[in-house]
Design a protein around this ligand. Structure first.
Ligand SMILES: *Cc1c(COP(=O)(O)O)cnc(C)c1O
Length: 422
């Protein structure tokens, strides 16, 4: 594809963008009286305009019906979560019964580890990526210690090669082979939060299963961003948050995937609560737990409906547009941003190094040689919302739902001015 670094070119692309109407469906913060250029939808997605109504509806039902809202609200609360399963399943490539929404991400990873990390004296090791998201590291270490193993021995972190900024699939596959019958679990972030790399989830899952291990994925940066086929890949379990690319609001509820082959395992080790037991008999308040035959069996508490409402609003947007249209635009928009960065790089002294590999979704991580924190501060002041990671990496996520080609052009213009005016 040939691009041009001109406003007319960018506007022409926006004009022909099949998703252009969706930008209007989101609230943008303002800086200097103008909508910001928002590159941090990988951290917290923008608020869809329709979300307010979904929350207001719950408040109204609560106000007018109080406890009766559980059964008589327009969208009854007691099974509100079931509305999310179908659209969410199509985002992650699962069957609706393999998906549920509950708790928050790290909490769900812990809960899923109860079922899927059951180390023995011989098979107890976990493979993850080096420098995994800190919460995942703490989660893994504490799980390993909980089972009486030593994290230094039990956790095998896949390293990047010297001088490289990405993980090689070959290195992951080789490590899986080496750890072999000591391997209990492979648990990696499907899209790395730092460099934006998309792991080869299909190949790695296959290799992990061949080695006799469980394979789970943390999809925080993958869900709503890249193509997922959790069911077809035969992934054992996965979890994700909903506030990044899924636009459901700060700290909001997490989704889980449990492969259908475990859904009729009545005796699977699991921490249970009353919302995991069958609906039909739940209110008989009997002591026996009868697991629901879906991923809902992993639900513990009654659903936080005020959290689920924004998630449902957002899922309806995903359902309308579909992942394939989003991914199509994402590829083009990210490629345009890459082009703009390279053009600016030619025109200024400093050099940007894009450390995101080819296997990428909607994120470019840019190493700024010779630039530092002042450039970041300048961009923020100019209404370009980016994210800064030490030592000097900015992460840019041009989210296809609401970012435009003109945003990319304007960003390049602002960036160049900032560097030249130093
Ligand atoms: C964002 C993110 C988290 C956040 O976890 P919470 O429990 O939602 O706070 C965890 N892991 C990864 C890989 C993330 O990107």
């Amino acid at each position: 594809m040939t691009f041009e670094n001109t406003l007319a070119f960018a506007r022409d692309f926006d004009e022909h963008d099949a998703l252009k109407a969706y930008r209007e469906q989101f609230h943008f913060p303002q800086v200097n009286g103008k909508d910001v250029i928002y590159f941090t939808g990988n951290s917290l997605g923008l608020q869809p305009k329709r979300t307010q109504k979904y929350v207001d509806d719950i408040m109204k039902d609560w106000r007018e019906l109080a406890v009766e809202g559980h059964f008589y609200a327009e969208k009854p609360w007691w099974d509100y979560h079931e509305r999310l399963a179908r659209p969410l399943a199509s985002v992650v490539g699962a069957k609706p019964e393999e998906v549920s929404v509950m708790n928050t991400l790290t909490v769900n990873l812990h809960f899923l580890m109860v079922s899927f990390y059951r180390p023995t004296a011989k098979r107890f090791k976990i493979i993850c990526e080096e420098k995994a998201f800190p919460s995942d590291q703490y989660m893994l270490q504490s799980q390993v210690r909980f089972h009486g193993h030593d994290p230094a021995n039990a956790i095998v972190a896949i390293k990047k090669r010297a001088g490289e900024h990405f993980w090689r699939t070959d290195d992951v596959l080789k490590t899986i082979k080496e750890v072999g019958d000591e391997l209990a679990l492979v648990l990696i972030g499907g899209v790395n939060y730092y460099n934006g790399q998309v792991f080869d989830m299909a190949e790695i899952t296959k290799a992990g299963k061949m080695a006799g291990a469980m394979v789970g994925w943390d999809l925080a940066h993958a869900v709503g961003n890249v193509e997922l086929k959790l069911h077809d890949w035969q992934v054992d379990f996965a979890a994700w948050c909903s506030y990044k690319y899924m636009n459901s609001g700060p700290g909001n509820a997490s989704g889980i995937f449990v492969n259908e082959k475990y859904l009729d395992e009545v005796d699977i080790p699991r921490f249970e609560g009353w919302w995991g037991t069958k609906k039909e008999t739940r209110f008989q308040m009997k002591p026996e737990f009868e697991p629901i035959e879906t991923a809902d069996a992993w639900q513990v508490s009654n659903p936080p409906v005020l959290s689920l409402a924004p998630y449902l609003a957002s899922l309806e947007l995903f359902d309308e547009v579909g992942m394939s249209a989003l991914i199509q635009k994402q590829k083009k928009l990210t490629a345009y941003l890459e082009f703009i960065l390279k053009e600016i790089d030619k025109e200024v002294e400093s050099t940007f190094e894009i450390i995101t590999p080819e296997a990428r979704g909607c994120q470019l991580s840019v190493f700024l040689h010779g630039e530092g924190r002042p450039l970041f501060d300048y961009l923020m002041k100019k209404g370009v919302i980016v994210d800064w990671r030490e030592p000097n990496v900015i992460r840019l996520a041009p989210v296809p739902f609401y970012c435009s080609y003109e945003d990319m052009y304007r960003f390049g213009h602002i960036l160049k001015k900032g560097i030249l005016s130093k």
